[in-house]
Ligand binder design. Structure first.
Ligand SMILES: [Zn+2]
Length: 164
């Protein structure tokens, strides 16, 4: 009887894990990754930014290529918004585009807003919760099967490693 219970328990864990992988949402990614920071929805309570961070996140600047602290990070975990803690990207969508900035081929569902630049040449990406500038998204470059590259400033994100 004990063995059966254990087996059922394992199956439930496997099924739950599969379910989360198939349809990631902001809430599911937040829960499964062990992120302890709460998403801040009240702008008066956003995390304080340094002048360097504000230059990118608020004034839509770009960090110097090759300098970001998350560029070569290969740990498993979740990349969250530096200003409001909203989960933005999972580590399994990160790839090396050799472009000087962290690159992702997919976002956590609903986490990123796309806005065409005024000149129509590029598409800006922002945190869907707080509007923090993240970088730009490029399509059709063929880097990965998803054919999408979110080119994101390290400065705009914090990395929260998975607990196991
Ligand atoms: Zn945000």
């Amino acid at each position: 009887m004990k063995i059966t219970n254990c087996f059922l328990c394992c199956m439930l864990v496997v099924l739950a894990a599969c379910g989360q992988k198939k349809s990631p949402t902001v809430t599911a990614a937040y829960d499964s990754s062990g992120v302890s920071r709460n998403v801040i929805t009240d702008p008066s309570k956003w995390n304080k930014l340094t002048p360097e961070e504000s230059a990118v996140i608020v004034r839509k600047g770009t960090e110097y290529p090759g300098t970001g602290d998350l560029l070569s990070n290969t740990q498993k975990g979740t990349y969250i918004c530096k200003r409001c803690n909203a989960p933005l990207y999972r580590s399994d969508s990160k790839f090396d585009a050799h472009c000087g900035w962290p690159a992702f081929d997919d976002e956590i569902a609903g986490a990123v807003k796309r806005i065409p630049d005024p000149d129509g040449e590029r598409t800006e990406i922002e945190c869907a919760n707080c509007g923090a500038h993240l970088g730009h998204v490029f399509l059709g470059e063929g880097f990965t099967k998803k054919n999408t590259r979110h080119c994101v400033n390290s400065t705009s994100m914090l990395f929260v490693p998975d607990k196991n």
